[in-house]
Design a protein around this ligand. Structure first.
Ligand code: PLP
Length: 394
């Protein structure tokens, strides 16, 4: 039998972090002591009042379909939260509740990508951007995110890449995998430049917006009126409220695109599961102290991880300003990044991700997630030090 499938599926990529997680779990099940610095999810439980709200929703009988765009009180809570944090006015009728942050990028890239179109995306960056662009047949145009620039994007370099073929620009700050935060002055410059390109849509992935350090203030792109009619905001509950497994995200869309997104929902997942939506209301409207505590703990570990990485032979690491990742430069070790990540997992029991899994410009770097205890991070750094001191580059 020869099944004739769509060629696009030969082009779709994936997220290697899941493969590393699977291998780390397999090694652990064989009795190996594995420290996981590969995973991009908080190592904290979802705060109790959020879990209770989901349980209550089930007990109260919220077992059925909800509107495809999400229940109104949740959309209102999202709008109120954006107003509280950034003084931004958003109509709840532009808020779409989606099953995880990824769904917004999936839908956005589907809306703009096709053969003949260019889509700009950060490199190194979240791997699904490129994967989905290739899936649609559009041409992926990497926007370099450079270490010497603090892993912020450069307005000048980004604007230079725009051509009449450019349909969509994807931005991400605070960023995965680098922890880079783009300063407001650079964002201002970029937005001013984008005013000359009114046909380019912008998707701003702000899923790490509450994880910023050293007094940095997150800049929400919804605060720029000149791009509001072509901006898609991606955000969600996964990282801020330690809710990765709940699959809860939201997006803000301009009018016409909102209708498209709603129809995509109707054609695929119908709606997000009801109890999670009630939990998400509790997350936004309830006490925020668990978020503050988690971010303070990440901040402590960030300093431990950067100090430790900088002591390793051949490794240098700039201090990341956001998210929960460090992206050390390993060029002086002589190792290729993926070979090093693999050898560290197999031989030293430390799981992390090679930079090339985030794009061509990721070579020479590894991603270290500090979503693990300070004690485990110290232990992992010790193992990495011994490994690098004793093993020649493969
Ligand atoms: N955007 C970025 C930059 C991410 O790092 C992630 C998850 O790692 C997502 C989006 C997707 O989040 P979710 O798990 O809510 O789909």
């Amino acid at each position: 039998m020869t099944l004739q499938t769509v060629a696009a599926f030969d082009r779709i990529g994936e997220e290697n972090a899941f493969a590393v997680l699977a291998r780390a779990t397999e090694l652990a099940s064989q009795g190996r002591d594995i420290i996981n610095l590969g995973i991009g999810q908080p190592d904290f439980p979802t705060p109790k009042h959020i879990v209770e709200a989901a349980i209550k929703a089930l007990r109260d009988g919220h077992h059925g379909y909800t509107p495809s765009v999400g229940i109104k009180p949740l959309r209102e809570a999202v709008a109120a939260d954006l107003h509280k944090r950034f003084k931004i006015e958003v109509s709840p009728d532009r808020v779409m509740i989606v099953p995880g942050g990824k769904v917004t990028m999936f839908e956005t890239i589907l809306m703009f990508g096709e053969a003949g179109a260019d889509i700009l995306y950060p490199d190194p960056g979240f791997p699904i951007y490129r994967s989905m662009i290739e899936f649609t047949g559009a041409k992926p145009i990497p926007v370099p995110v450079r270490e010497e620039n603090g892993f912020a994007f450069s307005a000048e370099e980004t604007l230079k890449l725009i051509t009449p073929k450019t349909r969509l620009l994807i931005l991400n700050s605070p960023a995965n995998p680098t922890g880079g935060v783009t300063p407001k002055a650079e964002v201002d410059k970029l937005i001013a430049g984008l005013e000359k390109h009114p046909n380019v849509a912008i998707m701003s992935d702000e899923i790490y917006d509450q994880m910023v350090y050293d007094g940095e203030k997150h800049v929400c792109l919804l605060s720029y009126p000149s791009i509001r009619d072509r901006l898609i905001l991606l955000n969600g509950w996964s990282k801020t409220y330690a809710m990765t497994g709940w699959r809860m995200g939201y997006s803000i869309w301009p009018d016409k695109l909102y209708e498209y997104a709603r129809k995509l929902a109707v054609n695929s997942y119908s709606c997000v599961n009801a109890p999670s939506q009630y939990a998400a209301i509790a997350a936004l409207t309830g006490p925020q102290d668990a978020v503050g505590k988690m971010v303070a703990e990440f901040d402590k570990r960030r300093k431990i991880v950067v100090e430790g990485l900088n002591k390793l032979p051949g490794v240098s690491c700039a201090i990341p300003k956001g998210a929960f990742y460090a992206f050390p430069n390993i060029k002086q070790t002589g190792w290729k990044a993926k070979a090093l990540a693999s050898a560290l997992l197999e031989d030293a029991g430390v799981a992390l991700i090679g930079g090339p899994d985030f794009g061509i410009l990721g070579e020479g770097y590894i991603r270290v997630s500090y979503a693990n205890s300070a004690a485990n991070i110290q232990k992992a750094l010790g193992r990495m030090g011994e490994f690098l001191a004793s093993r020649k580059a493969a």
